[in-house]
Design a protein around this ligand. Sequence first.
Ligand SMILES: *Cc1c(COP(=O)(O)O)cnc(C)c1O
Length: 396
Amino acid sequence: MIKFLDIQAMNEAHGTKIEEAILRVTRSGWYLRGEETRRFEADYAHYIGCRHAIGCGNGLDALRLIFRAYIEMGHLHEGDEVIVPANTYIASILAVTDNRLTPIFVEPDAQTLQIDETLIEQAITPRTRAILIVHLYGRCAYTSHIGDLCHKYNLLLIEDNAQAHGCSAPPTFPRKGDHPQSTSPQGEVVKRARTGSLGHAAGHSFYPGKNLGALGDAGCVTTDDDELATTIRALGNYGSSEKYIFHYTGYNSRIDELQAAVLAAKLPHLDADNHHRATIAELYYRGIDNPLIHLPRHVDPEHNVYHLFPIFCDERDHLQQHLKAYGIETLIHYPIPPHQQECYKEYAHLSLPITEQIHRTELSLPIGPTMSQTKVQEVIKAINDFKLKDYPRITK
Ligand SMILES: *Cc1c(COP(=O)(O)O)cnc(C)c1O
């Protein structure tokens, strides 16, 4: 049996440090808004390369809080349009509509799976105020063209970084100097700007299965904007920044001390975990050789932290059944696009063929920081053995 993602093994690998963290919090008698949260926020802000990280309840809340804070600050108003990728997890869109903003769905590029930068400008209207990019599957969605458009039309750039902790933008990205740096093979120092530090604000999820996962729900916002950070902190605390004084009709969305302590214990291992994911991905790229299967465009592992490894097949459901017979667990990300969901009947009339094709043909292979190379080779072999003649003709 090859699990899609062995979360138990992932946490077991850091078991001692996690247990120490839990014990420390249990014994402290302090469970919210304390030392552990401050420490994780500082560590994560430093890691991402932002002035602020504000912990909150989950990834959806992180995005909701960003839009709501911009409304409170007067930068966004009800009915304003936000450009979004049509192929994303529904939470990205919920954050927009929950704030009575209007999502404008833009198709992805079928090779990169990211929002098609060449289609964005024609979607901009006088009501457009923001672009939400989603680093889906762990792939960096930022391009300098998107940055230029935000500049030209004075748009907010918001990132959904739920799937891409530790991913870096292409090195051309112009940034201030104080970021994590790495050394290139030629020995020169390369400035790395991580996803989550590229726009005005970013939402992060620490759902247990994400690249950096908690033992339950948790999330955070990163930003360099002091006013936005203060507003979000208040909004997540019932709308209060001073005890019993409420500036906004806020929410209760905070990160637990327990989750913050666990995340701080795991953060130092994130780069190594991502590196292991990239090694698996390279094996898949080299080994998968089946005319029925299409792989997304390969990018440098700096720009993809392989939260998921999506492959595409017209006979996706048969392929999934075939892999299951080999004991290989796979998942679909995602079977139904947001505009075709029951909750979004108002968008059901939209025709988004590339998005719909992605949702019809996508299958995610097992990948994770504890998966062995032997198991990867088993998956590759099973995929290369997939033939249509083994399956009855599909009637659509
Ligand atoms: C997981 C996820 C979210 C939501 O995060 P939660 O912590 O589960 O609320 C948002 N956007 C994307 C792309 C995600 O994958």
